[in-house]
Design a protein around this ligand. Structure first.
Ligand code: IVH
Length: 703
């Protein structure tokens, strides 16, 4: 790199990093991942090391407090921070209690006491006290790892820096108090007012304002933002202080932290629901936003036994308040193209406040929804907003009949390809696939991903880089990257070793597994299992292409007979398509998807181009001898370490057949979390049941 080029690049990096800092810190709206941000910082540091004379006065490496990175540091939680399951109706709350009873095997006359308290619409925070002193405050983050906001939390008045020795309870050595950081409605309005005056960021609701204020790099900014804290639980504690949730909350309060004044203990569901209604009645006049009531099983030994499912405790539930509604005008309906090609109609609304938030967009889901509502631009509509969910239009109130009805586009607004709706599907999709810019990146990423071609070293960032350079547009281009070897060597971050490693990884996939290649093309409904099923019967990709052409011809030739109802005709056609495929477990949807794919000439071009670069050997299923060879296995429940498809593929590899339902012919049922009726049936039929772990051991033993 010449000094001129380096100077240009440093100027670019200074501006770009400053922009990302603003997005992250001031606007709470980062555009790039932390890893990508760190890569920019590293690139900047490396360039400055190579050209020390070119270090800029506004260099990101010189900004205060950011020797390495200027972001909040990440810290693992001593105990994960869980989220909550939701209940929306009284019956769902009753069902929650029944579940608790069933799980603990309690009789119906045994009292299950609960605590009930408001669910505050803020952000959760874990405060760690050691020997009574506040040593660390972390945000929830992803539940396992949070962000260190200690110095910011120290500015919150409700948070004491030292715990009081509450009553006659001893202070535990380690005590993590968890609760909600929030901003009052009044302070939120005043903050936005000030922000407007100084041209700062306007927050959309008190919760975002609290989050943006807490996650500041500069704690003096947090100090100027009026934040509050209410405790609702605890994390790691070195000593057990009580036997119930209520007593624990009392202890936390005695130590000097705030607990909701509306926290109460109830002994029946009806009492819980009554408390819910009294809190709901207070909602509008409460100084801060709440979005429901949280019930928790009071006995801590029961909480312990109940444990958690996925990331939510079995011993607690959030009873949400109903969504809030408002009226406004539907100004326009825009079409957005998703990364999978799905065309989603978005309602542009005359801005209106719903539950304290200004709403100007709402989702319309799909064409059916527009039709169901009969919505057209100009209509007066009712919108509803539930928590953080995207607002919805629930009803059309009145309209100016002179305005034209809305017509859903027949072509993709991004690439102009035909947009089609499959039989029996609600979504309309762009058929542009790889020629559609929004889909290109996702498709290429999928193509090289681990489940598909698995090309090592070709990650998202690299795909992005090559796409921007115009080096790759479609899968086949990946196999022509060696033509850019010299140019790539010139680029920042690439060395001969890394370039050659990548090119070798690509070359190694010239004879890829046909099923992975087919799956990698991202044809709808064609997952890896379906791809394998198809290839077991058709062996080669040209044979699959031929099958698709046959289906296209079949579709053309099959016409409704006079007077035949639509549904009946569709049924007949689907049956014919499925028969044509002739593969167990592969239905008409797959056939139609293949036909649609090959119907688009540019997809055929992509396919031909790719097959000119790679030569997958005819497909043979290689199976390993194993203890389940020849057996029929059923997977049920939620698998935690792998997807259902992966599990089925493993079974197949071990010479077993993966079936969808339990019958006498089943040899083994692998039950994940929350397994239901299939597990019950297995027990009835006396079929062997294994856990996910047992299954992993079977796979491991097969080598
Ligand atoms: S208990 C183990 N209680 O809601 C259960 N959470 O939707 C953990 N929240 O992440 C939470 N008020 O940030 C609990 N009274 C309350 C709450 C509350 C608000 C938040 C909390 C949690 C989220 C789950």
């Amino acid at each position: 790199m010449t000094p001129d080029q380096a100077a240009d690049r440093l100027a670019y990096l200074a501006a770009e990093i400053a922009r990302h800092n603003r997005l992250y810190h001031d606007q709470d709206a980062p555009e790039i991942s932390d890893a990508d941000y760190d890569a920019l910082m590293r690139e900047n540091a490396a360039l400055e090391a190579a050209f020390p004379d070119l270090v800029r006065t506004d260099s990101p490496s010189l900004t205060v407090g950011s020797a390495t990175t200027s972001r909040l540091s990440k810290v693992a939680h001593a105990k994960p921070m869980l989220s909550l399951g939701n209940a929306f109706t009284d019956d769902e709350v009753r069902e929650f209690i029944s579940r608790v009873r069933r799980f603990l095997n309690l009789s119906t006359d045994e009292i299950v006491a609960l605590t009930a308290e408001p669910k505050i619409d803020g952000l959760s925070c874990s405060l760690r006290f050691e020997k009574g002193l506040l040593v660390q405050a972390l945000t929830r983050g992803d539940g396992s790892v949070g962000e260190d906001v200690t110095s910011n939390v120290r500015t919150i008045k409700d948070v004491v820096s030292e715990l009081r020795t509450g009553g006659n309870l001893p202070l535990p050595e380690t005590f993590e108090v968890r609760g909600e950081v929030y901003m009052s409605k009044k302070d939120f309005a005043e903050l936005n007012e000030r922000q407007r005056e100084i041209g700062g960021k306007i927050f959309s609701n008190p919760r975002n304002a609290a989050a943006g204020s807490l996650r500041q790099m500069d704690s003096s900014v947090t100090g100027e933002r009026p934040l509050h804290f209410l405790a609702h639980g605890w994390g790691e504690v070195s000593e057990r202080l009580a036997d119930t949730q209520r007593e624990m909350m009392g202890a936390i309060e005695a130590m000097g932290l705030k607990v909701s004044r509306l926290l109460t203990k109830v002994e029946t569901v009806e009492a819980a629901l009554a408390h819910y209604r009294s809190i709901e009645a207070e909602r509008a006049t409460m100084p801060f936003d709440i979005d429901g009531v949280v019930y928790k099983v009071d006995r801590l030994d029961w909480q312990q036994r109940l444990g958690q499912v996925a990331r939510a405790p079995r011993w607690a539930i959030a009873h949400k308040f109903p969504a809030e509604r408002a009226q406004t005008i539907l100004n326009a309906i825009d079409i957005q193209v998703g990364r999978t090609g799905k065309l989603t109609p978005v309602a542009r609304l005359e801005p209106v406040t719903v539950g304290g938030v200004v709403v100007s967009n709402a989702t319309l889901h799909n064409a059916d929804e527009i039709e169901r509502l009969g919505a057209r631009p100009g209509d007066r509509v009712v919108i509803q907003r539930a928590g953080d969910v995207i607002p919805q239009i629930v009803e059309v109130l009145s309209r100016d009949e002179d305005r034209p009805a809305f017509v859903f586009p027949t072509h993709c607004p991004v690439c102009g390809s035909e947009a089609v709706r499959e039989e029996g599907e609600v979504d309309i999709r762009c058929t542009g696939g790889l020629i559609c810019a929004v889909q290109r990146f996702e498709r290429l990423r999928h193509f090289v991903s681990r489940g598909a071609l698995d090309i090592e070293g070709l990650g998202e960032k690299t795909i992005d880089e090559f796409l921007a350079l115009g080096w790759i547009k479609e899968p086949a281009d990946i196999f022509r990257l060696s033509a850019h070897r010299e140019a790539l060597l010139e680029r920042e971050g690439w060395k001969a070793v890394s370039v050659d490693k990548l090119l070798a990884a690509i070359e190694a996939k010239r004879a890829p597994d046909a099923a992975r290649l087919l799956f990698g093309l991202g044809i709808r409904h064609t997952g890896i299992v379906t791809a394998r099923d198809l290839l077991k019967r058709y062996a080669t990709l040209p044979a699959i292409a031929e099958l698709a052409q046959t289906i296209i011809a079949l579709r053309d030739a099959t016409q409704p007979v006079l007077g035949e109802a639509d549904a009946r005709f569709r049924n007949r056609l689907d049956k014919a398509v499925a028969e044509q495929i002739g593969v167990e477990n592969v239905g008409a949807a797959v056939g139609h998807a293949l036909a649609d794919f090959f119907h688009e000439p540019h997809n055929v071009a992509v396919w031909d181009d790719l097959l000119a670069e790679v030569t997958p050997p005819p497909f043979v299923v290689e199976t390993q001898a194993s203890e389940v060879s020849g057996q029929t296995v059923v997977f049920t429940g939620k698998l935690l370490t792998m997807s259902r498809d992966e599990a089925k593929a493993q079974a197949e590899r071990l010479g077993a057949k993966a079936a969808g339902s339990v019958s006498k012919a089943t040899d083994l049922v692998v039950a994940g979390a929350d397994a239901g009726s299939k597990l019950k049936k297995a027990a009835e039929l006396g079929i062997r049941v294994a856990t996910e772990e047992d299954w992993a051991a079977i796979v491991a033993r097969a080598g």
